[in-house]
Design a protein around this ligand. Structure first.
Ligand SMILES: Nc1ccn([C@@H]2O[C@H](COP(=O)(O)OP(=O)(O)OP(=O)(O)O)[C@@H](O)[C@H]2O)c(=O)n1
Ligand SMILES: C[C@](O)(CO)[C@H](O)COP(=O)(O)O
Length: 255
């Protein structure tokens, strides 16, 4: 079992988790903002925040909430506090995931050296995966991403077509060289802040994860094994799967 005492955290670089949770969840269908929808009776973001707070190195969790729900999220997290030795703050998010992450980074105190960025929409990430990402950053990698091999064959098209019209295929990439990436993505703090600063300067950027921003700086990014249970709740079927995984955990672990 992970030791979460303040003593056990002391030798590790001070590490914060930034949890972008400000999305609306359009692909999940109508309802409350996705991070606030229940999973096993508890809002998804509470699961995500606890997964990060239980990691060995994490001393601070910054939750980036939907702007209109900031106070409600503060109250919610007050009802579900982190373990001793971990602080938790809530800030208002922005219009895009990148903007929300940036607002989370802006809230970090100066003494934070490493940052784990984790989607609230990945509520069931195992703590061992979080620890493995953090350990690789602490060992000196500036950017670390959990990833899994791709199981479907992937086709490349020239451009999406509208209304389900047939899409001509232009290539079939070698699947053995493809990886599906997850979160938490871990970074040396200065590297991540520089990558986000560069994005602000570059209006053309269409990057869907934080490591992608770091790649644009020419800084090396490495992959470590991800975990099947770190999947992202994106569409309704993902929520069905998440409920099943959580129910199995509760049965096995008795929590
Ligand atoms: N303006 C935004 C958009 C997204 N996110 C967060 O980024 C993570 C990954 O985004 P995604 O799964 O795409 O969530 P949504 O944007 O809510 O989903 P959708 O695209 O279906 O609306 C989520 O934890 C989401 O809350 C955020 O903090 N701020
Ligand atoms: C960051 C991410 O979860 C890595 O797979 C993903 O890129 C987020 O994408 P989304 O379109 O915002 O869900």
């Amino acid at each position: 079992m992970t030791d979460t005492t303040p003593e056990a955290r002391a030798p590790l670089p001070r590490t914060a988790a930034v949890i972008p949770a400000a999305g609306s969840g359009v692909r999940l269908g109508p309802g409350a903002p996705k991070a606030l929808r229940p999973l096993g009776g508890t809002p998804m973001l509470v699961h995500a925040a606890h997964a990060m707070a239980r990691a060995r190195a994490v001393v601070l969790v910054v939750v980036v909430a939907p702007a209109a729900e900031t106070e409600a999220v503060r109250s919610l997290l007050d009802e579900h506090p982190p373990p001793p030795g971990v602080d938790q703050v809530v800030v208002a998010g922005g219009a895009t995931r990148q903007e929300s992450v940036r607002l989370g980074l802006d809230a970090l105190p100066e003494d934070i050296e490493a940052v784990l960025v984790h989607d609230a929409a990945r509520p069931l990430v195992p703590v061992d995966t979080v620890d493995a990402v953090a350990a690789a950053v602490h060992a000196g990698a500036p950017a670390v991403v959990p990833a899994l091999p791709v199981t479907d064959t992937v086709k490349r098209i020239a451009a999406p077509t509208a209304d389900g019209a047939p899409e001509p295929v232009v290539a079939t990439p070698d699947r053995s060289l493809l990886r599906a990436v997850q979160t938490p993505q871990g970074f040396d703090r200065a590297t991540l802040v520089k990558a986000h600063d560069r994005l602000v300067d570059d209006a053309e950027a269409a990057v869907t994860d934080d490591a992608g921003l770091v790649e644009r700086l020419g800084v090396p990014v490495v992959l470590v094994p991800g975990h099947e249970e770190a999947f992202k709740v994106t569409r309704p079927l993902d929520l069905v799967l998440a409920e099943a995984v959580l129910a199995r955990r509760r049965l096995n672990d008795g929590f």
